[in-house]
Design a protein around this ligand. Structure first.
Ligand code: GRF
Length: 202
């Protein structure tokens, strides 16, 4: 079976990247990671890629005059490696129009809340501060907004009375590691279509 060619963008720890690698290794995900790109040379995600022999590229935004030229370089790397699906796995930047239009409905992100609640930074803290009883994670297509694109799938977790940001984040992360590879597999199988804001999984 043909494997979906992934380009993964990550800024930090890379536990979602690891979950994707593991799913591929376990034969649950018909994909191949063509490249891992980070905007942060200290990102553990880069080490995880190197450890598996996956091409790992750091593109330091400070070495570019502006966001447009930085993103041109990112796009070049993705296209050079014939990436079909761009996966944002803890990538801490909003994407600009050039990248987004180069991959229409072919860029996905994971966010640690039930969107549209609590977009942006510190979603778990926002959820705790608000006092919700359930939170979770969302995988969505990326558009120009902050965590605003069409929602592909969500997983729900309870919020416990004695939760801290860390304990809630950990409970959500366990679900992230299942949901993200699952969604990528649906896309690899050609089962995901978008109609306006509605995403249909066949
Ligand atoms: C995750 O919580 C993800 O939802 C958010 O950033 C975090 C990345 O974690 N977008 P990791 O780098 O995959 O461990």
């Amino acid at each position: 079976m043909k494997r979906l060619r992934l380009g993964i963008l990550a800024s930090g720890r890379g536990s979602n990247l690891q979950a994707i690698i593991d799913s591929i290794d376990e034969g649950k995900l018909d994909a191949v990671i063509q490249v891992v790109i980070s905007d942060n040379r200290r990102a553990q995600a880069l080490n995880r890629a190197v450890a598996r022999g996956i091409p790992a590229v750091c593109i330091d935004p400070q070495r570019f005059p502006d966001k447009i030229t930085f993103e041109q370089k990112v796009l070049q790397e993705l296209q050079k490696r014939q990436v079909e699906l761009v996966v944002l796995a803890g990538f801490m930047r909003l994407l600009g129009p050039d990248l987004i239009s180069a991959y229409p409905h072919r860029i996905i992100n994971i966010h640690p809340s039930l969107l549209p609640a609590f977009p942006g930074l510190e979603a778990q803290r926002q959820a705790l501060d608000y006092g919700v009883k359930y939170s979770g994670c969302t995988v969505h297509f990326v558009d120009a907004g902050m965590d605003t694109g069409p929602i592909i799938a969500q997983a729900v977790v309870p919020v416990k009375a004695d939760d801290t940001v860390e304990s809630l984040a950990e409970r959500i992360l366990t679900e992230e590691h299942k949901l993200f590879p699952q969604v990528i597999q649906w896309i690899a199988q050609g089962r995901v279509t978008v109609e306006g804001r509605k995403v249909v999984i066949k």
